[in-house]
Each structure stands twice: as C-alpha cells, then as structure tokens.
Design a binder for this molecule. Sequence first.
Ligand code: NAP
Ligand code: HSE
Length: 442
Amino acid sequence: MKPVNIAIAGLGTVGAGTARVLARNRGEIARRAGREIAVTRALVRDLGRARDCDTKGVTLGDDPLALADDPRVDIIVELMGGESVARDLIMRAIANGKHVVTANKALIARHGNEIFAAARAAGVMVAFEAAVAGGISIIKTIREGLAGNRVLRVAGIINGTCNFILSGMAERNCSFDEMLAEAGQRGYAEADPSLDIDGVDAAHKIVILAAIAFGIPLRHDAVNCEGIRGMSALDMELAADLGFTIKHLGIAARSGDGITIRAHPALVPRRHLIANVAGVMNAILVNGDAVGDTVHYGAGAGAEPTASSVVADIVDVVRALTTDPDNRVPHLAFQPGALADLPVVAREEVETCYYLRLSAMDKPGVLADVTRILAERAISIEAVLQKGRAGDGEGDGGGGRVPVVLLTHRTREKNVDDALRSIAALDSVDDSPVRMRVEYLE
Ligand code: NAP
Ligand code: HSE
C-alpha cells in the first residue's frame, strides 16, 4: 500500500522530536498503522537554520498555505504554535480535505469549536492529544477509556514549566528566574513563556479537558486563570510549615451551581500524591462515578514525550482514514449535537479553602481586627501562623511587620475578596495581602 504523506508545520522542539520518533520507530509505527508514514514536507520560518532531525528527502518551505494546498499531502501536523497563522493553515487544510494533527492548545481552546465544525463538514479528523499534558494520553483516556462514566472532576498539574519552576524553587533552592531560563533551554516553556507563568497555558488545557469530560463546548471565555509570576520563597516556606506544597493546578469540576473551570496556584497537602509530582512531570486525577479515582502521570512537556502523543494521533488518523466520518470518535468525546450548555460558575461564586498571608504590625489587637473582618463574612479560620516577632530578625521586614498566615475553611471567593479589601484598608496591615487557594483534592 502507498505510504501516507505527512507535512510537519514547525520543526522546533516538538516538530523535530516528532520527525525523530517517526524515523527511529518507523517499522513499528507502520506495523501499528497498517501503512508506511512518510514525512514529505516541512514548514519553518528560517530555512537556513540547522534542525535537530534528519531532513533528507523532506521538502522544506516557509509558506504555510503552500503546505495546506499541496495535493500530495494527506495529513498536516501543525507544530508551529501561535494562533493566527496556525488557524489559517488548519482551516485551509480542512477546506482542502486534509486531516490535521496539532499540539496547539491555545488554538484548540480558543478556536476549537469553529475548527471542529469545519472538520465535521469536510469529513476530516482533527486530533490534538499532545495539546494537553505532553506525553500523557489524557484526552484518549477521558474520551474513550472512561466513556462509561459520569465524570465528576478532573484536576492536577498540567503545566510542566510551572511545576519545573516550583519544584526547583522548593527543592534546589533556585530562583524563579533561574528555573524559568532552564525550562526554556530544555524546550518545556512556550515560545512566549508568559503563557506558562501567567497560567494561560494551563487555562487552555483545562478548558479542553472540561469540554471532553463534561460534554460542553470549549468555554475559553469562562475559565478563571492565575499564574505563578512573583511566587515568593516566603509563601513556599510558610506553606511547608503548615504541611502543604504549592503547585499550579488545573481544575474542572461539577458543582451544585454548574461547572467550575480554573487554573491557578494552590496549596496541596504534602502527603497527597499531587504534591509529590516534581520537575516537568504532570499528573491528573480523574474521578468518574463508576471508576472512582484514577491518576495519570508522565512527562508534561519536552520534545519526545510530546512527540509520543503526536505520533499516536498520526497513527489513529491513518487507521481511521477509511472509516465513515460519521462513525469516528467525536472530537470532544460527545456527539456534536449532544453537547450540553451547562453553566460555568463565575470566579466569585467558587467555593474552596484559602491561604491568606498578611504583613502585619506585631502589636496587640491586629489579629483581633483581622479575625473580626473574617467572622463578619462568615469565613471560619482553620489555622493561624505568625512567623517570628518584629525585631527578632525573623520575618521582620524592617518596619516592625511580621508575616501572619490564616488558613480558612471552605467559603465563597466573593467573601474572601470582600474581606481582603477590608483587611488591606487596616493601618496595621500592608495593603497587598497574598491569597492562594487550598485544594485538598479528596
Ligand atoms: P518551537 O520550538 O518554538 O517551534 C516552532 C516551530 O514552528 C519552529 O520550527 C518555527 O520555525 C516554526 N514556525 C513558527 N511560526 C512559523 C511561521 N509563521 N511560519 C513558518 N514556520 C513557523 O515550539 P514548540 O515548543 O515545538 O511548540 C510547538 C507547538 O507545540 C506549540 O503549539 C506548543 O504549545 C505545543 N506544545 C509544546 C510542547 C513542548 O514541550 N515544547 C508540549 C506540548 C505542546 P523556525 O525554527 O524557523 O523559527
Ligand atoms: N509549555 C507547556 C508546559 C508545554 O510547560 O506544560 C506542554 O504543553
């Protein structure tokens, strides 16, 4: 049988990794797919740059639409990133009847509804396993392996760069900037690393997971997103003193009011499995009503772990080339006509526990003022920690202030917003208290 011809758009970290894996495991991949897979074209910006893969026999070009228009190409593998050129390339490829594999979570989260509608109309596949959690097959698992379940919650570490930075700060005593630079050198970070450290990349991924877990359209407009920029070593130490580790999490869960979709740093109990996931590794907990708790662990970024998912998608597409388009696995797990319009809970209405750190004057009455403000909003306190005393050299920022940490029981976020406004207005407290969620993940 004739080989399937693929074009790889982007020969950077993931693109070159994909080309290497396809070449190295060519025989085994062909035995699985039932056809040889040949890389015939590739797209780059800089035609003169050396590549981390063998490009012999591959026609290199720098015109995205020429790739999409080439009648000899069966599958476009989009590994360039970004939204506008990648979107144009994919929409043109779909219009030309080509199947698409992509690792581009920004594109899927923000434009997936439109892309999947176009793909359905054209009868082609768009596969995106590598868009979430690098080498972990989490999309296939939820979409196919857990298809019998009513999924209740998906939660975990879904950005390798954030986890690499937080682990390095906690375990190697490195600075945020050192760890971010190393994540870039290792190929973990996005071309624009603010997407990682501002939580945007994890937000894209949790939007995708929420859609396939709950059968809702991609709700990029509704995700609550915060990053780890400015994460202080002090908060990591104080969290450790209280028995927690700070992790960046993506969480999508059913709640009484609808669905919550959020990505933010959180304190996780040190004994929890998720707290012990280090470096670039990702781990995702999926809870289904039939299966109960499941855990999915593996490298969340990097060239070949991500290529592993890209190649698996290519094999899936090749196997399904001859199947009737109406009988393929739906892009978002549920049949397109059966997606539900469940409400997404607004940030202010989300209920969880909180870590609050204040820089407060070490004098009588300050804590009483703070606890009164919390009590007035029905926020109940689980623990209080004051680190050092003014003047004893520990925790004293020089102005007679000490860090005071409060852990709350569950409350609505709007209560915490309101309490923090009043606390920040106290003369005895600095005006920028730190707030992080505490997630027990039980
Ligand atoms: P990268 O190293 O920056 O590579 C991007 C590649 O695309 C480069 O070869 C670049 O060409 C090419 N490119 C970009 N814009 C182009 C344009 N307008 N025209 C032609 N070529 C263009 O990025 P990456 O880390 O491999 O990531 C690629 C995609 O995979 C992104 O969507 C990312 O979110 C996703 N992803 C990455 C990882 C990871 O661990 N890195 C994991 C999962 C998913 P030049 O080399 O000539 O500049
Ligand atoms: N920049 C992403 C991360 C790549 O660090 O998780 C994998 O999606």
